[in-house]
Design a protein around this ligand. Structure first.
Ligand code: AMP
Ligand code: MG
Length: 428
């Protein structure tokens, strides 16, 4: 299991472009989870911790793609019907038990190994049964078929020695299938990241309408973040709400760091309040405010708590729910994926037409909640969805994703092309 270096999140005070912050995060962090060998069904959704090189061809033998008759192409007349005796049978899992001789056809079924030949490579072509006529033990074949037709070569899918899966790849159903096709029963995968989550704020209450006293609000971030972390494959511990008291936050952090790989908090980050989380982390490690040139998103705090088993990273997200989710998706998500062993932490966005007008400040990246509708030409058009304040969460509900407006843009007109990041891409 790898460890982070001491104070790896130290970062300057200037407003930093998101791209530079993400590059720095990537350079300074490593996968910190251990590796386990698990069965194929258990490997689904995990990150692969090894490269898989094919020990064999897939399929291992040439085989028929159809039900029909395997023949030597050389035996076929090019301009007249050919009549051949049928002298053997090959079905899937039941190869022809003897070499196939020239001047004869073998009844063959889909997936059956192509018969071997007598001193040569054997039949090379398969006639589909629909294109043949059978009279007793003789098959009549019409001219016009191509050499090698309906014959699947050994290694058509995977060649022996090919690297088919690589370290850090998320194991989707198709990757699990490929591993099985090579005879793997287990895979080495990264263990899930164990993440502790708490909310910080004297005004926060657990959802329960009976308990909302004047001046208090229900804690939404914690439930949103726990759901998002689970989607990323993390094992999440809910540490509840922690009041704005340095000593209590400090103890909670210290306890969480003992048996987790990452601690995520939200709230307690505004000016004036900053010191709660900062002082609590700094009493036992280090914390740095990353001032990112993004909107929404207050500074994101990144640091580490020292424990006997090494430094444990801490990520402090803004309290405003709109800012909490955007900073989670843009900063915490790549960090979590990196610590979890993922090779690729950058989500894919798509160019779509904008259906709205927008003005923004130069030199910062803005994320606008958007829903996709089909335009007059049938293509996707991004429309702004609801209000966009950092404190507004409900407009994310009808949104399909975020429009990403780049640093250098100041005026967006309807019809301009924009980058659209679907939520399905970042919270699968
Ligand atoms: P803070 O970062 O603690 O100054 O919080 C900024 C704003 O976000 C305040 O209006 C808080 O009440 C609100 N807030 C903080 N934490 C949460 C939370 N867990 N759920 C909902 N709102 C929150
Ligand atoms: Mg607060």
């Amino acid at each position: 299991m790898a460890q982070l270096s001491d104070d790896c999140f130290a970062f300057g005070g200037e407003l930093t472009p998101l791209q530079d912050a993400l590059a720095a995060l990537h350079d300074r962090t490593v996968p910190i989870v251990s590796v386990s060998t698990v069965s194929l069904p258990d490997a689904a959704g995990r990150f692969l911790a090894e490269d898989i090189v094919a020990p064999m061809d897939v399929p291992p033998h040439a085989n028929s793609a159809v039900d029909g008759y395997a023949v030597y192409f050389d035996d076929l007349l090019s301009d007249a019907e050919t009549r051949l005796p049928v002298t053997g049978r090959a079905a899937a899992g039941h190869p022809l038990p003897h070499p196939a001789r020239r001047g004869a056809a073998t009844r063959i079924f889909t997936g059956a190994a192509m018969p071997s030949g007598d001193g040569d490579s054997g039949p090379d072509t398969v006639m589909m049964q629909e294109d043949c006529r059978l009279d007793g033990d003789t098959v009549s074949i019409q001219p016009g078929i191509k050499m090698g037709a309906n014959r699947r070569a050994a290694g058509e899918d995977i060649r022996q020695g090919e690297t088919v899966l690589t370290t850090g790849q998320r194991l989707r159903p198709q990757e699990i299938g490929v591993a099985a096709s090579l005879g793997h029963t287990t895979l080495n995968v990264y263990d899930p990241l164990r993440v502790a989550v708490f909310s910080s704020g004297d005004e926060l209450r657990d959802p329960d309408t009976a308990r909302l006293s004047p001046g208090s609000i229900f804690d939404s971030n914690r439930f949103m973040l726990i759901a998002a972390l689970s989607r990323l494959g993390c094992i999440v511990t809910d540490l509840g709400i922690i009041p704005d008291r340095v000593d209590i936050i400090r103890n909670a952090l210290a306890a969480a760091a003992l048996d987790h790989d990452l601690v995520i908090t939200s709230g307690g980050m505004s000016t004036g309040e900053e010191d709660h989380i900062k002082a609590a982390v700094e009493a036992q490690g280090s914390l740095h405010f990353w001032r990112l040139a993004i909107k929404p998103g207050r500074p994101v705090a990144l640091g580490q708590i020292n424990t006997p088993r090494g430094p444990v990273p801490v990520a402090g997200l803004p309290g405003n729910p709109g800012a909490a989710i955007v900073t989670f998706l843009t900063v915490a998500r790549p960090l979590i994926l990196r610590l979890s062993g993922a090779a690729n932490t950058a989500p894919v966005s798509y160019r779509v037409r904008s259906g709205f007008e927008h003005r923004k400040k130069i030199s910062r990246r803005e994320f606008v909640r958007a829903r996709i509708e089909n335009g007059s030409d049938g293509g996707p058009v991004a429309h702004k969805n609801g209000r966009s304040g950092a404190g507004v969460l409900s407009s994310l509900v009808g949104a399909d994703g975020l429009v990403i407006l780049p640093e250098d843009l100041t005026v967006l007109e309807p019809g301009n092309m924009v980058d659209f990041l679907p939520f399905t891409e970042v919270m699968p």
